[in-house]
Design a protein around this ligand. Structure first.
Ligand code: NAP
Length: 325
């Protein structure tokens, strides 16, 4: 079977940490070129933008868009117009309507559009889904806490419009919830804590509902120390704890044996499968909930600043410590 020529767009942290190793290990794809304003890889043709890469390499059949979310919809539209299958990093777009429009364009063009919600491919997620499908939750609590300075050093885009702030990691929890809960997830309300220099929240408390179950989310992007990415569901049969971002599972305190799985290896296997079948997968449910929280949440100003200082010529960018909380 011929390999699928692919261009990687946005050569930042997630492209290097996950996409490149997964592509290197998957013989179905061939990395033909990269497109990123300032970054390049040794031995791979590099272009500053997507059009230049597509102009130079007509064999590119697919693109993986690993840019910040604000520019993703326009890049995806361009790639689809130019006849390429598209993998969208999460969050796939800034607003759900843009994702729906892209899905319509992909359908018209006969191309694959894949919104790759990576956390859905964490090792224990399918087991949790099966259990909750048979035993619906009575209540759900989500604790999603990490230190942005450790996990996203120097990324100013997170704090600008379209950057999602703490909803950038928080949308991973939403992507799992919308996958494992048996009833649709509905937004009720939210409180958002926004640093002085940020358009986006650094912490949030979000109330949701899934069928009869209340779902309470605590998100914190200023959390010092060990990160916490846990979903706790109380059911009539006991308590299910999905931890480590979906990688581990316990039932009533007993750890379940889960086979290891690489999220991004699974993503590229599925992307190939979608392309070969001429299918699409662009679920906007997590984006709709995140969008509702950002639009309707009550905002409170936090007396701290999070933006990294603009780099000066010859100086490496540093990230300030926030004020004590
Ligand atoms: P990042 O390190 O800031 O990388 C983004 C890259 O995209 C940068 O190299 C940037 O170049 C480039 N870029 C910006 N605009 C572009 C454009 N118009 N065309 C081509 N390239 C462009 O961010 P990241 O952490 O990799 O995150 C990227 C996406 O992946 C986000 O949606 C994030 O939520 C998701 N994600 C991140 C992680 C993680 O652990 N970091 C995990 C899972 C998913 P410049 O820097 O030169 O502007």
């Amino acid at each position: 079977m011929t390999r699928i020529g692919l261009a990687l767009v946005g050569l930042g942290k997630i492209a290097r940490d996950q996409h490149l190793p997964s592509l290197a290990a998957n013989p179905a794809f061939q990395l033909v070129a990269t497109a990123s304003p300032a970054e390049s890889l040794t031995g791979i043709p590099a272009y500053a933008d997507l059009d230049a890469a597509l102009d130079a390499h007509p064999q590119i059949q697919a693109v993986a868009l690993c840019t910040p979310p604000a520019v993703r919809a326009a890049l995806a539209r361009r790639a689809l117009q130019r006849g390429c299958h598209v993998l969208l990093e999460k969050p796939p777009c800034v607003v759900a309507q843009d994702l729906a429009a892209l899905d319509g364009l992909a359908a018209t063009q006969g191309l694959t559009l894949f919104a790759a919600w990576h956390s859905r491919y964490a090792a224990a997620v399918e087991t949790a889904r099966r259990i909750l499908g048979a035993t619906p939750p009575l209540r759900v609590q989500v604790r999603w806490k990490e230190d942005h300075r450790v996990w996203h050093p120097g990324q100013a885009w997170l704090w600008r419009e379209g950057g999602f702030g703490v909803l950038d990691p928080g949308i991973n929890a939403l992507s799992i919830l919308t996958h494992i809960l048996p009833a649709p997830l509905e937004f009720i309300d939210a409180e958002l804590d926004c640093p002085q220099d940020s358009a986006m929240p650094a912490a949030a408390r979000i109330s949701l509902r899934s069928g009869a179950a209340g779902v309470a989310m605590q998100l914190d992007f200023l959390h010092a120390g060990e990160p916490c990415w846990d979903i706790v569901a109380d059911t009539a049969q006991g308590q299910l704890v999905l931890s480590q971002g979906g990688a581990q599972l316990s039932l009533d305190g007993r750890a379940q044996r889960i086979q290891e799985q690489s999220e991004y290896a699974a993503i590229y296997t599925y992307f190939e499968n979608l392309i070969r079948r001429g299918a699409r997968d662009a679920d906007g449910a997590p984006l709709e909930i995140a969008g509702a929280a950002l639009r309707h949440g009550r905002r409170r100003r936090l007396p701290l600043q999070v933006l990294p200082p603009a780099p000066t010529a010859g100086a490496a960018a540093t990230v300030p410590d926030p004020l004590p909380r």
